[in-house]
Design a protein around this ligand. Structure first.
Ligand code: HEM
Length: 400
């Protein structure tokens, strides 16, 4: 059999390539990329099983998720793996970026590897945003309404992007179909294509190793196969056991079915978008766009072009004072805002926070009548307008 394949495929060449030695100084942090890849595959596998019983329509989605959780054999476990796997993927990708920054691995000639990586980060977040709507429960619905509302504040294209995402004026049946298609077809194709390019570039340039490697040490470490592959697989098994425990012992919540008329609901995004959500609270009135668009976009662009902006000599992070300061400020800001967002009792503006509760009630009336609220007065007010509520009622009635 081996001979049969050898005669037809360049197996010896592939093996020789895989057995090539890595740089001498390499540590466990160099397994984070492989762990991210493992999680992407795990998400694809568990998602494929979930899709067998899911139905992307407002009438059936919530029931289907209930059915998967309570009736389908191992459904709860698979849903748990998919849910906790998504969070793990965001954490691992974040740590992978930090590792690449720590050792300056984004510097020449690996700029393209980095750029493709940033696109993968966006795809990872895209998976999170589109997947959040699929259970069609209250938190899914309202977080999506707010998320799309935020994207509509972008200049010029904001409204168009919001309309395309919603597939109309309201979040409804078309939105759910679109998010499902993005989550299960568009983003997976994009993700696997980008991972293919990313891995090709990683193998093409070879691992960057630690900056302290001499040119000689760059070629005298352990081989990628079997040594590094073995370490990566052990890491994947450990990660799988952790996720399996989470899936078994930490049930994934499912709230009541989405009610588009319940504008009192306190919307919250998934934890990895909380820092953006929290950021919005500090920008009011005409400055709102700073929080919704300017800071996230500029931040992303700076990240994308980092290798072209930082052209200093390749050294470990703590020997690059400017890079060290910028990285620390970003990490502290992201982690700090996430904690603040997670512990805030309610999504409120600074003005609301400063007011006693009964006054806040006057700003956001419980009966969702918003005609007294001047546009732009209470900027972080994602209450629906009367037309939107009317439209949502129609969507609800149509689906009954
Ligand atoms: C789904 C997401 C991702 C996957 C599956 C992935 C996978 C990998 C793998 C397997 C490696 C080689 C092993 C290692 O160095 O850890 C790697 C290296 C690399 N990754 Fe990623 N990655 C992802 C996201 C990212 C992101 C978001 C960035 C940057 C913003 C990035 C930048 C890089 C760079 C520059 C290298 C080369 C490092 C070196 O040669 O030392 N990757 N990636």
């Amino acid at each position: 059999m081996k001979q049969f394949l050898n005669d037809r495929l360049p197996l010896d060449g592939v093996m020789a390539h895989l057995r090539k030695p890595l740089p001498k100084h390499i540590n466990l942090l160099f397994s984070l990329g492989s762990l991210a890849m493992f999680l992407l595959l795990l998400q694809a596998a568990t998602g494929a099983f979930l899709a067998l019983s899911y139905s992307p329509s407002p009438d059936h989605a919530h029931n289907a998720v209930n059915y998967i959780t309570n009736e389908v054999p191992f459904g709860n476990f698979v849903r748990g793996l998919h849910h906790w796997g998504a969070s793990a993927m965001v954490i691992i990708v974040f740590l992978h970026i930090l590792r690449v920054v720590l050792y300056g691995s984004y510097k020449a000639p690996r700029e393209l590897t980095w750029v493709v990586g940033v696109l993968l980060l966006l795809v990872t977040l895209g998976f999170g945003f589109t997947g959040y709507l699929l259970p069609w429960d209250e938190k899914a619905y309202w977080a999506t309404v707010v998320g799309i509302e935020i994207s509509s504040t972008a200049p010029i294209l904001g409204d168009v992007v919001a309309k395309v995402m919603r597939g109309g004026a309201e979040v409804g049946a078309v939105t759910l179909s679109r998010f499902y298609a993005l989550h299960t077809i568009w983003l997976p194709w994009l993700a696997f294509g980008l991972v293919g390019v990313h891995l090709f570039l990683v193998r093409f340039y070879g691992s960057s190793g630690l900056p302290k490697n001499t040119p000689e040490e760059m070629k005298t470490g352990k081989p990628f196969y079997p040594d590094q592959v073995f370490e990566d697989v052990v890491g994947m098994l450990i990660l799988f056991v952790i996720l399996a425990c989470a899936a078994l012992f930490a049930p994934v919540p499912l709230e009541d079915v989405a009610d588009p008329t319940n504008a009192d609901y306190d919307p919250r995004p998934e934890w990895y978008f909380l820092f953006l959500f929290q950021l919005l609270k500090y920008f009011q009135g005409p400055f709102e766009i700073l929080g919704t668009f300017v800071i996230p976009t500029v931040g992303m662009l700076l990240l994308l072009f980092l290798p072209f902006l930082d052209r200093s000599e390749r050294k470990v992070l703590w020997k690059r004072p400017i890079a060290m300061t910028v990285t620390s400020v970003c990490v502290v800001a992201i982690v700090g805002l996430t904690i603040l967002g997670a512990t805030a009792p309610k999504l409120e503006t600074q003005e609301e926070a400063a007011q006693p509760a009964d006054e806040v009630q006057q700003v956001i009336p419980p009966d969702t009548e918003t005609e007294n609220v001047d546009e732009g007065e209470d900027v972080f007010d994602f209450q629906l307008t009367e037309e939107e509520i009317e439209g949502a009622r129609e969507v609800g009635e149509e689906s009954e």
